[in-house]
Design a binder for this molecule. Structure first.
Ligand SMILES: Cc1cc2nc3c(=O)[nH]c(=O)nc-3n(C[C@H](O)[C@H](O)[C@H](O)COP(=O)(O)OP(=O)(O)OC[C@H]3O[C@@H](n4cnc5c(N)ncnc54)[C@H](O)[C@@H]3O)c2cc1C
Length: 391
């Protein structure tokens, strides 16, 4: 059985200096107060065009991001690849809406897909659909409202862009993950991704949609998607996450007076996540699973299902994934045990990846002041290394 407590394996790719830096970073992030002040100060600095790169880049950016360009990420890809952990390069530029900006992100994403096709250590490509049209179109098309002719044209442009990306992935022989964000965009994204699966998933799962299992309706949606895949004779690529926008979802629902789409408790989210894994595993002849979580239980659940059913660890229908800079104890121990595991490795200019970094800082902030799991593991490994040296 995999031992996630093995910190020697967990941090095998990190030097002593990396470990001390990581410890300091997680100590700072543990404070909600400091995290909030740092976020506000950074936003203020950006608004008055005060440079922030000098402080962000060597600290939080270096910990969670691969670099500004694909080339800058390659050393990290190679380093973790040595230990059986692959990389998924994620161009993390968010919320761009002008045609010029969309074009730029398009070009870079096509480049990243092509790049993924060339490296064995980059097993997937990925993109955020919100980068390819305006939030207005995604929101309106998702509610089923009547679109104006102009809006219909733009909605179609969105589908054309997504199709171009999926086609590129198909041609490059690399599966492609499509991220999920706010629930009010998702209906139209689901509709688009389903169309892509029908086209590109005839032989195997190439296009993967994302199911955010903190949503009350997603387990049902998964089951319906499975039925459609069976009827339509295509494979279903399913990336599972719990979901990163809980507060925002709840706040919007309250403000606008509709029922929150998010499960009321963490236990409900956990159950729905694990049920989705079990359902997909049962239907593995159609569904390929991408298990995107830092949760040990949900990770072990899939490991156990695979073991019990004598599934080869390298079976391509089963992938585990964590974010770069987080939960190395899961990724590297899975890698050492021979499972398919990959880190989401974001890249992009400092200014553009800030929303991603703020989410990571907030995710790692300790609500009740307790030591985070990351900090505990890092401290244990620093101590272990000291003991080895003193022997
Ligand atoms: C490879 C990868 C890809 C990702 N891609 C996406 C993506 O496309 N879209 C996206 O939204 N996120 C994405 N994420 C982020 C992901 O949603 C968060 O990292 C995840 O929610 C953290 O949960 P966890 O599964 O690691 O487990 P845990 O740490 O056990 O769970 C924390 C999560 O549980 C849920 N939760 C917590 N408290 C409650 C509560 N009171 N009630 C209900 N639910 C609660 C929230 O979703 C919270 O984030 C990705 C993460 C990874 C590792």
């Amino acid at each position: 059985m995999i031992d996630f407590k093995n910190t020697k394996i967990a941090f095998i790719s990190k030097s002593d200096r990396d470990m001390l830096k990581a410890k300091l970073l997680y100590k700072i992030m543990a404070s909600p107060f400091i995290t909030k002040v740092a976020k506000n100060l950074t936003q203020l600095a950006l608004s008055i065009k005060f440079p922030v790169n000098w402080i962000i880049k060597p600290t939080i950016y270096n910990h969670f991001v691969g670099g500004e360009t694909i080339d800058e990420c390659i050393p990290a890809v190679k380093l973790i690849g040595k230990y059986g952990v692959k990389s998924i390069l994620d161009y993390s530029v968010e919320g761009k809406e002008s045609p010029e900006e969309i074009e730029k992100v398009m070009k870079e994403t096509l480049k990243s897909i092509e790049n993924a096709g060339k490296f064995e250590n980059i097993p997937f490509a990925v993109f955020k659909p919100t980068a390819f049209t305006s939030s207005h179109i995604l929101t309106k098309a998702s509610t089923g409202e009547e679109l104006t002719d102009e809006e219909k044209k733009e909605a179609l442009n969105f589908k054309t862009r997504v199709r171009k990306l999926c086609q590129k992935a198909y041609d490059a022989g690399v599966p492609i993950l499509i991220d999920a964000e706010d629930s009010w965009y998702q209906n139209f994204i689901d509709e688009t991704v389903e169309e892509m699966m029908k086209i590109f998933n005839k032989e195997k799962a190439v296009v993967f949609n994302t199911w955010q299992m903190y949503r009350k309706d997603r387990l049902e949606h998964l089951k319906e998607s499975y039925k459609k895949a069976v009827d339509g004779k295509y494979f279903l690529g399913a990336k599972f996450v719990r979901g990163a926008y809980m507060e925002k979802e709840r706040e919007r629902a309250e403000k606008m007076g509709y029922e929150s789409p998010i499960h009321e408790t963490k236990e409900d989210t956990d159950k729905s996540y694990n049920d989705a894994l079990k359902f997909s595993f049962e239907h593995r002849e159609i569904i390929s699973i991408f298990n995107g979580t830092h949760n040990e239980e949900s990770t072990l659940l899939l490991v156990e299902l695979m073991n019990k059913n004598n599934i080869d660890k390298k079976d391509n229908r089963f992938w585990f994934s964590q974010l770069y800079g987080m939960s190395d104890h899961i990724s590297f121990n899975l890698g050492a045990a021979g499972y398919n595991v990959a880190k989401y490795l974001p890249y992009g200019p400092v200014k553009h990846v800030l929303p991603y970094l703020f989410r990571r800082a907030e995710e790692n902030t300790s609500v009740k002041g307790q030591t985070s799991r990351e900090l505990m593991l890092i401290s244990q490994e620093i101590k272990r290394r000291k003991q080895v040296k003193n022997k």
